[in-house]
Design a protein around this ligand. Structure first.
Ligand code: SAM
Ligand code: MG
Length: 214
């Protein structure tokens, strides 16, 4: 029978990673993607930048846009303090199903709320549905044409506070020109580029870290 790439990725995790050990889950996925099949995880190289931003911000409330198989979800959640919570949004039910199993294998279910559906519909419901006031950190890694409208939605819904951090992946490859133009030129943000490479390749890509100034 045919299997999908996310199913094969999950299988690699269950075969090679230790239950309850998030770092071994991350490592098993990176090995699978470098040796077997490329997949759209933030990856090991940009993942180190992601880790350092998460550690520096030390957030209590985190929103991730785009879960896929839960690779970055596990990376982020494993660095959060005990009382912190990560909400991650995924609109593809097949990916969400895999991500739940990857998260469970890492032993991080208690820190992570995986919400299924489109970001444009969930963002306006965040306050009432999840009791969130504002997000300390938002990781943007869903479809690239949604970065800008969802950022404006987060602003309009009052989900950003002075000092909230937006971290956006793939700002060069595939690229998010309208979003970059916005965060780099808006007086409401202070923005900085972290040069790196597209996951599991030598192609230039990077992360954009933007502080919301209020
Ligand atoms: N952050 C993941 C990681 O690094 O491991 C990779 C995420 S992948 C690049 C993008 C994901 O976003 C896909 O799984 C896609 O189905 C999902 N997605 C795209 N647009 C979305 C939207 N508007 N709402 C919810 N999920 C979305
Ligand atoms: Mg990405």
């Amino acid at each position: 029978t045919q299997s999908t790439r996310p199913q094969r990725l999950l299988h690699a995790v269950q075969k090679n990673a230790t239950r309850g050990d998030p770092r071994s889950v991350v490592k098993a996925i990176d090995n699978f993607c470098r040796q077997k099949e490329w997949a759209m995880n933030v990856g090991d190289e940009k993942g180190c930048i992601l880790d350092s931003v998460v550690s520096e911000v030390n957030p209590v409330t985190v929103l991730e846009l785009g879960t896929y198989c839960g690779y970055s979800t596990v990376r982020i959640a494993s660095l959060l303090p005990p009382h912190a919570k990560l909400i991650t949004l995924e609109f593809n039910p097949d990916y969400a199903k895999i991500a739940r199993q990857v998260i469970a294998w890492a032993g991080l279910e208690d820190k992570i709320q995986l919400v299924e559906g489109p970001s444009g519909e969930w963002i306006p419901k965040m306050k009432e549905q999840f009791g969130v006031k504002t997000f300390d950190l938002v990781f943007l890694d869903h479809w690239k044409d949604r970065y800008l409208p969802d950022t404006k939605l987060l602003e309009d819904c009052g989900l950003l506070r002075k000092g909230s951090i937006l971290l956006a992946d793939n700002v060069i490859c595939p690229g998010t020109p309208d979003y970059l133009e916005y965060v780099r030129n808006s007086p409401r943000y202070k923005s900085q580029y972290f040069k790196s490479h597209l996951e599991y390749t030598k192609v230039e890509d990077g992360l954009e870290k933007s502080v919301f100034l209020g």
